[in-house]
Design a protein. Structure first.
Length: 371
């Protein structure tokens, strides 16, 4: 239904008075890819989306769509369609009227309007709702109508501004899947704004992690999750958050050992590139799935002793909060693993670990490992 176009931002800066909302932001979205702008509230992601849409003009920098500079173009000349957080449906019009509104403004024929409305309604499974008003629809149905209104414009770029935030958790997960299916079906270049890292990971081909108006890291889900560029990305992306503890690295032949003030453990699969690393102060990062709880207490070179502080069963998994001296870790276990509060266990590193510079929080490249 649409022809995808690539999107590129070059050196985008935007200020509200003396306040910098976006600073020197540059990235590419190849045609047909799904990109998410991810970050906490106030990081500049919605401002960036508004600049892409043409609702805001950047203080400096350029926006390119399909190789054309559209920075000065008004929104209606950018071949884009935007779905807002509150859906922005016309309450006095039927679903058909909401879907057809943009086409009527373009003076399309009644035959074309009817055909395109029917086609969009069929794709989104809202054919039975065409005669209803928005007030008669559920949140999920309203969202489908909002998506349909964007879809019917046959845009080259879809823009989604936190479209799931008003839905309950179950419906949010279902609509997330439906939008992903829609993207795969249509192949339209899509940019999503969200603060939900789980949403970003589930839906995106590419992710831009933002902080205070700037790009922190840009890459695939694998890049962002498995190779976070610094501690901010490491702890912002991933649920539960990555566990962190400060210590030093000790090198012995081809193996490395991490030592904190409370415990020491051999790091599986990690070696110093070029033989460096001995005595260096680092921050060790461990994701929950890369730490295994051994209730039998049998030690290994890759394990350390810890005490069970909290159990958080969530159905398919149980998250276990562990205490090792002053350090805290979270491990993911099977719901069939029998554990008790206060139980002393061995916490074993079974997957990749992450090492960061304790001073500047950046990922250390002086160490090599399989990720």
């Amino acid at each position: 239904m649409s022809t995808a176009s690539g999107l590129r931002l070059e050196g985008i800066n935007h200020h509200y008075g003396k306040v910098k909302a976006v600073g020197d932001l540059s990235f590419d979205v190849p045609a047909g890819k799904f990109l998410t702008l991810l970050g906490p509230s106030g990081c500049g992601k919605s401002t960036t989306l508004s600049i892409i849409a043409g609702l805001d003009r950047p203080t400096s920098g350029t926006v390119w769509v399909g190789g054309r500079n559209v920075t000065a173009d008004p929104p209606n000349e950018r071949a884009m369609a935007m779905v807002f957080q509150n859906y922005a449906l016309y309450p006095h019009q039927s679903v058909f009227g909401n879907l057809a509104f943009g086409l009527k403004l373009r003076h399309r024929s009644k035959v074309e309007i009817a055909k395109r409305v029917q086609n969009a309604a069929q794709i989104l499974d809202i054919e039975q709702l065409l005669d209803r008003k928005p007030g008669e629809l559920s949140g999920g149905q309203q969202q489908r109508v909002a998506l349909g209104r964007a879809l019917i414009k046959q845009p080259s770029v879809f823009l989604l501004d936190e479209p799931f935030s008003n839905l309950d958790a179950t419906l949010r997960a279902r609509m997330r899947t439906e939008v992903k299916h829609l993207h795969l079906q249509l192949g339209t270049t899509t940019v999503l704004v969200t603060h939900d890292q789980e949403e970003a990971m589930a839906m995106s081909d590419l992710i831009v992690v933002m902080r205070e108006g700037s790009l922190v890291q840009y890459g695939t889900q694998h890049d962002i999750y498995r190779k976070p560029i610094n501690i901010y990305v490491a702890t912002f992306v991933g649920k539960p958050a990555m566990s962190l503890v400060e210590g030093t690295i000790e090198a012995a032949s081809d193996r490395l050992r991490f030592r904190s003030r409370d415990f020491s453990v051999e790091l599986p699969g990690v070696r110093a590139a070029g033989g460096g690393g001995h005595g260096e102060t680092v921050v060790l990062g461990v994701r929950a799935e890369d730490l295994q709880v051994r209730p039998n207490g049998i030690a290994s070179p890759n394990s350390f002793q810890a005490t069970v502080q909290l159990l958080e069963p969530i159905g398919a998994d149980t998250y276990v909060e562990l205490q090792a001296g002053a350090a805290q870790f979270v491990a993911r276990t099977s719901p069939y693993t029998v554990l008790e509060l206060g139980q002393v266990v061995q916490a074993e590193l079974v997957g990749p670990v992450h090492l960061f510079d304790a001073a500047n929080t950046k990922r250390l490249t002086a160490f090599e490992q399989e990720l």
